[in-house]
Design a protein around this ligand. Structure first.
Ligand code: MG
Ligand code: MG
Length: 235
């Protein structure tokens, strides 16, 4: 799973070098697929429940699950890129969010807070804790900054399949939920909105947007629970 995670990180790194005004989301998708296939892997998203591409490039008020296409990034955009890889049958799943060119300061703050919330969630992913401790850590960080966590979409276990038990919500109560046991691998993935937590499904049947049109960011790592602490596999 670590090898799968490293390959996925390489795909993200390659996309990160290309994110700029004028680049289409379809081009980013090509880059990710090429890196994953060159490394002997398979894009985890392509064909998943009929999804047509290797990444979900969600721009501005799009939260997750957007489909790549002809849209060209513009100065001032925010883009969350979610991607997954399968290597030797093992799945990894990670997302990063970028500012395109010059953005409003609140966009930079949203991206930073979401990433920090992921870090807090990972720090809570230790033996003896439960899934609720992760959600609580994420929620506390996000709400202290006046933003909101999307509650209807959650992180998840990862393994031979992309979505396995347990669910890993981005809100929660300490000491509640599934116990974090040694060897468990989970995707921790805060989705954070500047406005309210509610989301809506776009007419394409895939893209999830914020209901109030506010901007949204998404950071995700695949993380193993080990005796020596959380191990991030997708970096
Ligand atoms: Mg993902
Ligand atoms: Mg995920």
């Amino acid at each position: 799973m670590a090898a799968s995670g490293r390959l996925l990180a390489a795909a993200h790194d390659a996309m990160a070098r290309e994110v700029a005004a004028g680049v289409t989301t379809a081009r980013l998708d090509e880059i990710a697929e090429q890196v994953i296939r060159d490394g002997g892997g398979v894009p985890a998203f392509k064909g998943y429940r009929g999804f047509p591409a290797s990444i979900c490039p969600s721009v501005n008020d799009q939260v997750v699950h957007a489909i790549p296409g002809a849209y060209a990034l513009a100065d001032g955009d925010l883009i969350s890129i979610d991607c997954g890889a399968v290597l030797d049958g093992w799945v990894s799943d990670a997302a990063r969010t970028y500012a395109v060119g010059e953005v409003d300061p609140v966009v930079t703050r949203l991206i930073d807070v979401t990433r920090r919330a992921l870090d807090r969630g990972i720090a809570a992913a230790v033996l003896g804790n439960r899934v609720g401790d992760i959600g609580h850590a994420v929620q506390t960080e996000v709400e202290a900054e006046g933003f909101s966590c999307v509650e209807s979409l959650v992180g998840h276990g990862v393994g031979r399949s992309m979505h396995e038990p347990p669910n890993v919500p981005n809100v929660g109560e300490p000491g509640t939920g599934e116990p974090l046991v040694e060897g468990l691998v989970i995707a921790i993935e805060p989705m954070v909105n500047i406005g309210g937590p509610d989301v809506a499904l776009a007419p394409d049947g895939w893209t999830v947007t914020t209901r109030d049109g506010s901007l949204s960011a998404h950071w995700e790592h695949t993380v193993a629970i080990t005796a020596s602490g959380p191990r991030i596999l997708t970096c």
